[in-house]
Design a protein around this ligand. Structure first.
Ligand code: GLN
Length: 556
């Protein structure tokens, strides 16, 4: 059995518990250990696929598919997981299985379906022990599957979403309490991440919220082993001592997690404070000397010391929250840093572009345009317009999924004169349905987990930009869509310079397009952002930024 490190949060949500969890995993990797990461989301949705990305951030798409089969009468598949998995994968540099995202929805559904099957005949089905047993069973199942599939699995990190004190989180905390008791000390660890605010008027760090949230944990029978304190500046010795005293942990187990200029530096900040050494000692594991840390430091340095600066516009309907497109945002940063450039990404409100008289003037100020993934109709006219402006003005352009579909719509409308051409998702009555439902999607009505999801093999056609970029005839990237580009208009659009540069293996589904008569215009049905890492940018994002920089240098 691997060891388990549980990570809970206190005081506030959104203080970077995901980055903390991922950074600890990274440190254990540096020490030569095999790690896996689990996220528990206490909400009742079965998966985050149908959550509003503005409210909840993007769903992350995994390479693999999880077949959730709690009873013979019910089964579904998913590859849509919490956005924290993006952080995990970017830090540990490896794909994580979607079964590792446990939600209350899944847990309750399993127990209730089992009850109907008669598994608990004669018993009153209760949160304790039935829900908590199911939670523990899932954790053990993940450990077993991980052991089966990978030769090296030593530690599983389990992050619990939300904060201690949320009603939905209670069954999970109780399950952890039981799990720790059953598995014995030395095999599990509890890390609590809290906020230590700076009261500006008195210039003082306030530890009271931390004390309160630790008390809440204690009231659930959970004594944290490590406190990670998020704060603006590094913790003062005084605050560290106070937190240690009130939380009943050793001072060296109070770790400072200050605001950083570059988030990928966090594992190194933890290392400086001996966090990994402390964890290994408590888990009775050998402290091998760390390897790979200098390389990581070099990667961090690239982010910290760019030599030039580019600006990319992202016209879309969601402009409110950076997390909505966090994987794209990170991929652009990875590629930029690799090429010595800091990348500013500006969300441009597509609805406003729709009506604006100076949309062109607005967009030509940018070094590149990335048209985002998306669903529905709102803002689409503005997005189509942006795609056409990119073509007219020959601005480097990358269209992802919806962004590729709308590029195609723009070309059909304004290049081929197919007035009102559209995707049937936007206009079901369009005279030119140039983007339409995938054949297998026609019968599907349910919304949860029913898109074409996860990693699929892709055939990259010769003599294309894409082939030069990926240097392979067969690649694998991740998908999340119901619609696809139609072949007939794609053939017609050849005279406008369009070529299909990738398809699925059968050759039936168009997976990428590009324009031969423009400087750099590429649209992909797949999402390359889910495989980009800080130390290994995705080739397509890298090529996009490279093209932008070359053009910028040429213009001077
Ligand atoms: N709505 C489009 C589709 O379902 C695009 C999806 C996306 O951008 N991920 O095909």
């Amino acid at each position: 059995m691997p060891k388990f490190i549980f990570v809970t949060g206190g005081v506030l949500s959104g203080i970077g518990k995901g980055h903390t969890t991922a950074s600890i995993a990274k440190l254990l990797q540096f020490r030569g250990y095999g790690v896996d990461l689990v996220k528990i989301d206490p909400y009742l949705n079965v998966d985050p696929g149908t959550l509003n990305p503005v409210e909840h951030g993007e769903p992350f798409i995994t390479d693999q598919i999880f077949e959730f089969n709690p009873a013979p009468s019910f089964s579904y598949t998913t590859a849509e997981v919490d956005q924290d998995f993006g952080t995990y994968e970017r830090f540990i540099g490896r794909a994580i299985h979607p079964r590792n995202n446990i939600t209350s929805g899944q847990v309750y559904l399993s127990v209730i379906l089992q009850e109907r099957l008669g598994k608990f005949l004669g018993k009153t089905v209760q949160i304790i022990p039935h829900i908590t047993d199911e939670i523990k069973r899932r954790l053990v199942e993940i450990a077993k599957a991980g052991k089966r599939e990978r030769n090296k699995l030593d530690v599983i990190m389990v992050e619990i979403g939300g904060t201690v004190g949320d009603i939905e989180a209670d069954p999970f905390l109780e399950a952890i309490r039981q799990f720790r008791l059953e598995h014995g000390s030395g095999n599990t660890l509890l890390v609590h991440v809290t906020l230590v605010p700076l009261l500006a008027t008195v210039g003082e760090m306030k530890t009271k919220p931390t004390q309160h949230s630790v008390k809440q944990l204690l009231s659930r029978g959970l004594q944290p082993d490590i406190i990670i304190a998020r704060s603006e500046n590094s913790l003062t010795e005084e605050s560290r001592r106070k937190i240690a005293l009130y939380s009943n942990v050793r001072p060296e187990a109070v770790i400072s997690n200050p605001d950083l200029k570059e988030i990928y530096e966090l594992p190194l900040k933890f290392y400086e404070q001996g966090l990994d050494a402390f964890i290994l000692q408590r888990l009775e594991m050998i402290a091998h000397p760390p390897t790979g840390m200098t390389d990581w430091q070099e990667v961090v340095n690239r982010f910290l010391h760019p030599t030039e600066h580019i600006r990319i516009a992202m016209p879309g309907k969601y402009v409110a929250m950076a997390d909505t497109y966090v994987s794209i945002y990170e991929s652009l940063r990875h590629a930029g840093a690799h090429l010595g450039a800091a990348t500013t990404i500006e969300m441009v409100d597509a609805e406003q572009l729709e009506q604006s008289n100076d949309a062109k003037d607005q967009l030509i100020q940018y070094d590149g345009i990335l048209l985002t993934p998306g669903f529905g109709t709102r803002g689409t006219e503005g997005m189509i317009r942006s795609a056409w402006i990119a073509l007219e003005e020959d601005i480097p352009y990358l269209g992802i999924c919806f962004g590729a579909q709308l590029l195609f719509v723009a070309l059909c409308r304004y290049g081929l004169g197919m007035k009102k051409a559209n995707s049937t998702e936007i206009d079901p009555k369009t005279p030119y349905p140039v983007v339409d439902l995938l054949p297998e999607q026609r019968e599907i009505e349910e919304k949860g987990g029913t898109m074409r999801l996860a990693g699929h093999p892709i055939k990259v056609l010769p003599k294309t930009k894409l082939r030069t970029i990926y240097k392979k005839s067969k690649i694998r990237e991740r998908f999340r869509h119901r619609y696809h580009l139609m072949w007939e208009p794609a053939k017609k659009a050849e005279k406008e310079g369009l070529i299909v540069s990738a398809t699925d293996l059968s050759g039936k589904i168009i997976n990428a397009i590009e324009l031969t008569n423009r400087y750099w215009v590429v649209g992909t049905q797949f999402h390359p952002e889910y495989t980009s890492r800080p130390d290994q940018p995705n080739p397509l994002y890298l090529a996009f930024i490279d093209a932008i920089l070359k053009r910028k240098h040429a213009i001077g």
